[in-house]
Design a protein around this ligand. Sequence first.
Ligand code: B12
Length: 317
Amino acid sequence: MNLSQEIKHQAIELGLDLIGITDASPIDTRQVELLSQWLKSGCAGQMSYLQQNFEKRTHPALLLENAQSVICVGLNYKPPKQKPKKPDPDIPSGKVASYAQYEDYHPFIKERLRKLTEFISSADGRQHKFKICVDSVPLAERSLAVRAGLGFIGKNHMLINPVLGPQIFLGEIITTLKLSTDNPIIHNCSNCDKCIGACPTHALTPDGQFDANRCINYLTIEYKDQIPPELAKKTADRIFGCNECIIACPYQNNAPVYKNKQFKFYNNRTWLDLSRILNLTQQEFDAEFADSTIRRSGLERMKRNARICLDNINKSS
Ligand code: B12
């Protein structure tokens, strides 16, 4: 086994589901252009942090001097089949998107990537530098994952692996170590456009655009103000995030459920009791969601979302 093969073997041993390697060159100019146009057109809404560090986002070597390779990994987060049923209909509840039904994926993946860097250092026996990235580092993660052969970009804008589907978290190790690289998978959605039809707010459009301002994930998690009434109506009983463009994807139907049982799935995070959320104190919220991505939206936004869900539920009954 050469070193790249050993690293791949070790990543799977550590409980990651996908691994591929690409070089540390900038992302394709067409994709740089796509990102730039997307930002200029206002599709990022209030996510002003995306405007910062544009050069770094598109060029991994600007995040680590002398970077040679990027090791890209994926963690399957398709939830278990026996999902808990919606609680008692007399207890109004809000739905949580599948990605947030688990413990926070950021520290989980980072810890495995840290162990992988230790393995690489001991296997290679030389001093190399590493930078671990999971979501929050300014880096075009999907573009690099495509280049490393982890999957293709679907019409729902997700990185889709033909076997594991779209419910995959991404992480990377940028390193000064030169490794042999993988080839991209040649694949696309063909004439399927189920995700576009499934988006409740038309955030995805047939011409391939994605407007975050209309995406329920953005509105319920990132958006700081009152959600415009016509979009608030469409969030229905979703209190945190939305899954529609993902569950509409045929690759999702055939994908296996998550394999790494160390990645903690919470039955009680699939639906949240809305009146309970409205009555939580800051201390209770912090304690309950300390290890959850739900923490990101903050208590005030969760209460705003809960009020919208209650309003929608009352109107529909
Ligand atoms: C901002 C952001 C969001 C925003 C905007 C989403 C979006 N579609 O851009 C909001 C809050 C709405 C969001 C929602 C979600 N997100 Co988010 N998000 C990000 C973040 C931080 C930046 C993404 C970004 O730069 N967007 C701008 C657009 C223009 O860039 P892009 O989508 O990455 O697209 C590039 C490639 O797709 C490529 N490309 C486009 N077309 C093609 C075609 C071909 C052939 C090729 C080769 C490449 C290519 O070019 C684009 C420009 O570089 C990344 C983490 C990161 N650092 O990258 C996570 C990330 C994309 N999100 C993730 C997840 C899980 C989600 C959600 C499922 C749950 C959630 N967190 O709310 C939803 C899914 C919504 C959706 N359908 O995209 C995962 C995606 C994993 C995957 N399998 O794709 C990431 C990678 C985080 C992670 N580390 O796992 N997210």
